[in-house]
Design a protein around this ligand. Structure first.
Ligand SMILES: NC(=O)c1ccc[n+]([C@@H]2O[C@H](COP(=O)([O-])OP(=O)(O)OC[C@H]3O[C@@H](n4cnc5c(N)ncnc54)[C@H](O)[C@@H]3O)[C@@H](O)[C@H]2O)c1
Length: 451
């Protein structure tokens, strides 16, 4: 048998005790719009054998274990104890009272032929009244909204919703994935800096506390993992981190990495790996869904812009490669154009340069479907966050950076944006938890002299 290389020896596996995925898991989504309803409908269709879970790593991904010569390559869902699709129960909140069937029809992502066989099941998913405030999402105004004396009172009502949903559906566990609209941009303020200040702020209805933070607070108070699919700050503040650590609950965010940013984090690491320079990267999006309408408001767009712009800066490390990336001009635009509906066009012009500084261009025109790309991310996050909870993990789950445009990370670290490093990190985390050896791709032992 080949001897282990020195590096392999130093990273022998540890194993984490993980409670089994027994019973049923409730997946609650603040927001029952295009992404959430495409997610529910997709899982229901897959459950009925009408579709395949394409785009979902938890359902379709394999993971190599041991050496290449071991030929061990199980499905991820067979390697780690994940909740099964049959055990998922869906619920959510929305300021619009449409049930999930009506909302899916309005969102216009899935066709009637795919939705009709699921009609009864989708109709049964009715939105609970939302914690909603037009100051945070200016383009929307719906009637299905909670009233409360203070923001603390609203948080209490959300906790009651979660507990009632769990009891009525006889669920073992819950996870919350934020699928609601992008809130207006905000910088962290004094009220976000500690749990004590935040709780006082809830009691005083501090205007700097966003609705998304009230949902997150309610979930974390009850020990329910919370994932943030939008670019809002939400759990990315010291107060939430303190609560997550105190109650030993996993959190992650922010902003699902789909369409254009997914392409960016596939292409840019490749260009950088070959030491090709980039002078300019112009990205424009043309979309016509409700998300596009919300992002037409400059303050909501600002949240998105910050999330989208950070990617290249972190990925290309211009401080280490000033000749290649210091002068990069990066521009991101979102254009609301109703005729396109949910079928977004992500258009990129990339001005690159190579040997002797000779310029070249890359044009990417990604005719994507936003919610088709986002729905499997919601599924994976729900299952992985539930796993993390059962594995006793708390606080930021950086191993889930793979799914986010703006991965939440510990203070003092830079976020990892390279999709392939993110994937390695995710898979090594699973190997580590399961007591398997980590994979470094060194592979020196295959070539060591046996004599
Ligand atoms: N689709 C993608 O590829 C993608 C990628 C990254 C991030 N996102 C984010 O995911 C979120 C959902 O996207 P979508 O296309 O489903 O949008 P959408 O507009 O179709 O759905 C959002 C829903 O959230 C509801 N909502 C707004 N504020 C709420 C609140 N306080 N509580 C409960 N519900 C609330 C709205 O009424 C709406 O029905 C957006 O924030 C979007 O920016 C989407």
């Amino acid at each position: 048998m080949a001897r282990l290389g020195r590096q392999e020896q130093s990273i022998m596996a540890d194993s984490t005790r993980i409670a089994p995925a027994t019973g049923r898991l409730g997946v609650l989504t603040p927001g029952m719009g295009a992404v959430a309803t495409t997610f529910y409908a997709g899982v229901l269709a897959i459950r009925q054998g009408q579709a395949m879970p394409i785009g979902s790593l938890t359902q379709m991904g394999h993971i190599r274990l041991g050496k290449r010569t071991d030929n061990r390559n199980p499905l991820i869902k067979e390697m780690v104890p994940l909740a099964g699709l049959d055990d998922l129960v869906f619920g959510g909140w929305d300021p619009f009272p449409d049930n999930a069937f009506e909302a899916a029809c309005k969102a216009g992502v899935l066709q009637a032929k795919d939705l009709l066989p699921l009609k009864a099941q989708l109709e049964a998913i009715r939105p609970m009244p939302a914690v909603f405030d037009q100051n945070w999402v200016r383009r929307l105004d719906g009637p299905n909204v909670k009233q409360g004396e203070t923001k603390m009172d609203l948080a209490r009502q959300l906790m009651e919703d979660m507990q009632r949903f769990q009891a009525e559906n006889q669920l073992d566990r819950l996870v919350v994935v934020w699928c609601a609209s992008t809130e207006v941009y905000e910088e962290p303020q004094a009220v976000h800096m500690s749990l004590e200040a935040f709780e006082q702020g809830l009691r005083n209805s501090d205007p700097a506390i966003a609705p998304s933070q009230i949902y997150a607070y309610a979930a974390l108070k009850l020990g329910i993992p919370f994932a943030n699919g939008a670019p809002n700050l939400t759990v990315d503040i010291p107060a939430m981190l303190e609560l997550a650590n105190q109650n030993r609950v996993p959190i992650c965010g922010k902003d699902f990495k789909t369409g254009q940013t997914l392409m960016k984090t596939i292409l840019a690491p490749g260009l950088k790996a070959r030491m090709l320079g980039i002078r300019g990267w112009f990205s424009t999006n043309i979309l016509g869904n409700r998300d596009g309408e919300v992002l037409d408001d400059p303050d909501s767009f600002r949240s998105k812009e910050v999330s989208k712009l950070g990617v290249l800066e972190n990925l290309l490390q211009p401080e280490a490669y000033p000749e290649l990336y210091a002068d990069l001009y990066h521009k991101v635009r979102i254009n609301y154009y109703p005729p396109h509906g949910d079928n977004k066009e992500g258009w990129d012009n990339i001005d690159i340069f190579g040997w002797l500084g000779y310029p070249m261009q890359i044009k990417v025109d990604f005719l994507c479907r936003d919610s088709i790309l986002a729905a499997p991310i919601v599924l994976d996050l729900a299952l992985f966050m539930d796993l993390a909870g059962r594995a006793g993990q708390k606080g930021i789950q950086e191993w889930l950076s793979f799914y986010f445009k703006s991965p939440q990370h510990a203070e003092g670290l830079y976020p990892e944006h390279d999709l392939f490093i993110q994937q390695t990190k995710l898979k090594n985390t699973l190997r580590h938890w399961m007591g398997e050896d980590l994979i470094t791709h060194l592979g020196a032992e295959y070539y060591e002299d046996e004599n």
